[in-house]
Design a protein around this ligand. Structure first.
Ligand code: ATP
Length: 520
C-alpha cells in the first residue's frame, strides 16, 4: 500500500486553489463569465451538477425515504406576495449594513461584531491549548476554562458584547450597534480604517413583477427561503397523505437573497439552493423534537466522514422573531468555523400568521387530545451549495507519494462522486476499445461512468483522481483472453486483477448510498 503525506499550505492559498480546481475540472464556473461574471452567482458544470445531485439524493433519502412520517414536495418559486407580509419577511428580513467611508466597502454590522468576538474566542482557545501542553495528562479542561482569569474574561466579554448587540438589534437601536463598533474600535479588516457611516437596515428580498402591462402588474418577490411553500401547503399535504402529527414535509429548491456582502465563493450566494424540512408537532412537545433533530442532523453530517472535529453546535443568543430555540451546525471551512445548517424551533408563528393573513384555518384535529390546534414546527435548513463547499473543501488534497511524485486527489465519499468508475483501455486498437465499450454498456444502467482511451494511463488516472472517481478500470490484452481487468482504487492507489463479472458488485459495494445512510 502506498503511504503519502498530505502537503500543508496556507489557508488563503488552499481556498484559491480550491476555486481554480472547481473551475478547471468542471465543477463550478462563474456565471456569465464571458461577460465578466455576475457577483455571487455561479453555475455548476458537468461534474458539479453530478456531485450536487448526489448530495441532494443523500439528503432526500435520509429525510423522505428513511422516515415513514416525512414526505417531500416541490413548490413554486413565485408565491402570493401577502405570504411575505405574513411571514415577516417584508418588515423584518433585513440585515444591518454599514459602509466604511474611506475604503467605500460595505459590511454587515452584526458580522463585524461577531468576527470581533470570534477573535476573543481564538485568544481564549490559545490560552487553553497552551495550558493543555504545559499540564499534559493532568490537564482538566473544564476546570481551567472556569477558573483561569484570562479565559473567563475573554468569554465574559464576548457574552456582554453579543447580548448587547442582540438587544439593540431587537429594539432596532441601530445607533447603539454603531456605538458598539466604535467602542470596540473595530476597523475595516482590509484597510484598518475606523471611519464608519451610520448603520442602516437593508431588505434582502429581490422584487419582480407579474403581469403584462405596467399598471396592472403585481409586485412579487423571489422567495428568500423554501419554508413558506411548505407552510402554505401544510393542510393540503396533511389531508392527502393522512399523516398524523408528528410528521414532516421536506423540500429542496432555489432561494434568492440580495446579500450585502458575498465574497466567499459559493458560501454566500445571491441565488442558492436550500434543503429544508418542517416537522409539525403538538404544542408543548417542540423542544424535545428540537433536541432530537439537532442530534439527527449532526449525525447525518458526521456519516460523511469528513472528520468529527470539523463540526460544532452554536446555540443562538439572538433569536429570530419566529423562534423559541435555534442552533447552527457550524463547519470548519477554509476560512474558519461558519454556519452550515440551522435548526429552529419556529413555534406556531408561521401557520398562525398565515391563518390571520389568509383568513383560512390551518389547524389540525388531534384525536388523542380531542382538540383542534395550530401545530408547532421544528425546522432543519441546510444550504446545498454551502454543503457542496464543505464536502469539496474537505476532500481536496495534495499528496506527496512514496516515490516523491505528487498528485491532487478529491477524496469524496464514494456515494457522492460524480463518476463512479472510469473505463480506460490501454489503447483503442486491437479490440481493447471495443471491449471497454462493452463493459461500459453493461454497467451504464447502474453507474455514472466515463470511457477514455486517449493519453497515457498515468495522466488518465490523475484526471480521475482530480474529480474523485473511486475506481479506474484498465483493459489490456490479457483482458480479451481471460475476461479480467485491473481495478485501481482512488484512495489507496492499489491495483488488483478482478473478473469483469465481479465489477458490478465491487463498484456497488463501495458507492452505494447504503454506506452513508446506514451510519446515520
Ligand atoms: P447567514 O447567517 O450565513 O446569513 P442565515 O442564518 O440567514 O445564514 P438561514 O436563513 O437559516 O441562514 O438559511 C438556512 C441555510 O441556508 C444556512 O444555514 C445556509 O447553509 C444556507 N444559506 C443561507 N443564505 C445563503 C446564501 N446567501 N448562500 C448560500 N447558502 C445560504
Amino acid at each position: 500500500m502506498h503511504k503519502f503525506k498530505i502537503k500543508m499550505a496556507k489557508q488563503e492559498d488552499v481556498f484559491k486553489k480550491l476555486i481554480s480546481h472547481a473551475k478547471e475540472y468542471g465543477f463550478i464556473f462563474p456565471s456569465s463569465e464571458i461577460y465578466d461574471g455576475l457577483s455571487a452567482i455561479y453555475d455548476y458544470g458537468q461534474n458539479g451538477v453530478e456531485l450536487k445531485n448526489n448530495i441532494k439524493q443523500y439528503w432526500w433519502k435520509a429525510m423522505v425515504q428513511l422516515n415513514e412520517n416525512i414526505v417531500g414536495i416541490d413548490t413554486a418559486i413565485f408565491m402570493h406576495p401577502t405570504i411575505w407580509k405574513a411571514s415577516g419577511h417584508v418588515d423584518a428580513f433585513n440585515d444591518p449594513l454599514i459602509d466604511n467611508k474611506d475604503s467605500k466597502k460595505r459590511f454587515r454590522a452584526d458580522v463585524l461584531i461577531e468576527d470581533y468576538c470570534a477573535k476573543l474566542e481564538e485568544k481564549a482557545q490559545k490560552e487553553i491549548d497552551k495550558a493543555a501542553k504545559r499540564f499534559g495528562e493532568a490537564f482538566d479542561k473544564n476546570e481551567f476554562e472556569t477558573t483561569n482569569g484570562r479565559v473567563v474574561e475573554y468569554r465574559e466579554k464576548q457574552k456582554t458584547i453579543l447580548t448587547r448587540m442582540a438587544k439593540s438589534l431587537e429594539a432596532e437601536d441601530l445607533d447603539d450597534v454603531k456605538a458598539l463598533i466604535e467602542e470596540l474600535e473595530i476597523a475595516d479588516p482590509d484597510t484598518g480604517s475606523k471611519n464608519w457611516t451610520d448603520v442602516r437596515q437593508f431588505n434582502l428580498m429581490f422584487g419582480t413583477k407579474l403581469g403584462a402591462s405596467a399598471d396592472t402588474a403585481t409586485d412579487l418577490y423571489l422567495r428568500p427561503e423554501t419554508a413558506q411553500g411548505i407552510f402554505v401547503n401544510f393542510l393540503n399535504v396533511q389531508k392527502t397523505s393522512r399523516h398524523k402529527l408528528p410528521f414532516g414535509i421536506a423540500q429542496i429548491g432555489k432561494a434568492f437573497r440580495n446579500e450585502i456582502v458575498a465574497r466567499q465563493f459559493i458560501f454566500r450566494m445571491r441565488e442558492f439552493e436550500q434543503m429544508e424540512m418542517q416537522f409539525f408537532v403538538p404544542p408543548g412537545t417542540e423542544l424535545g423534537f428540537y433536541e432530537e433533530w439537532k442530534q439527527k442532523r449532526l449525525n447525518w453530517h458526521l456519516a460523511l466522514g469528513l472528520g468529527d472535529d470539523n463540526y460544532k453546535f452554536h446555540d443562538h443568543e439572538k433569536l429570530a422573531h419566529y423562534a423559541n430555540a435555534a442552533a447552527d451546525i457550524e463547519f470548519k471551512f477554509p476560512f474558519g468555523f461558519k454556519e452550515l445548517e440551522g435548526i429552529h424551533s419556529r413555534t406556531d408563528f408561521d401557520l398562525s400568521a398565515h391563518e390571520k393573513f389568509s383568513g383560512r384555518k390551518l389547524q389540525y384535529f388531534d384525536a388523542e387530545r380531542n382538540e383542534n390546534y395550530v401545530p408547532y414546527v421544528v425546522e432543519t435548513s441546510v444550504g446545498l451549495d454551502r454543503l457542496f463547499l464543505a464536502i469539496f473543501a474537505n476532500s481536496l488534497k495534495d499528496e506527496v507519494l512514496d516515490d516523491g511524485s505528487e498528485r491532487t486527489v478529491l477524496s469524496l465519499p464514494p456515494a457522492l462522486a460524480p463518476v463512479k468508475a472510469a473505463i480506460l483501455p490501454l489503447m483503442k486498437k486491437d479490440g481493447l476499445g471495443e471491449y471497454g465499450e462493452k463493459i461500459f454498456n453493461e454497467l451504464k444502467y447502474d453507474f455514472n461512468m466515463i470511457y477514455e482511451d486517449k493519453d497515457s494511463i498515468g495522466k488518465r488516472y490523475r484526471r480521475q483522481d482530480a474529480i474523485g472517481t473511486p475506481f479506474c478500470i484498465t483493459i489490456d490484452h490479457d483482458s480479451l483472453a481471460d475476461d479480467t481487468v485491473t481495478l485501481r482504487d482512488r484512495d489507496t492507489m492499489k491495483q488488483e486483477r478482478v473478473a469483469v463479472s465481479d465489477l458490478r458488485r465491487i463498484i456497488d459495494e463501495k458507492t452505494n448510498f447504503r454506506n452513508l445512510l446506514s451510519k446515520i
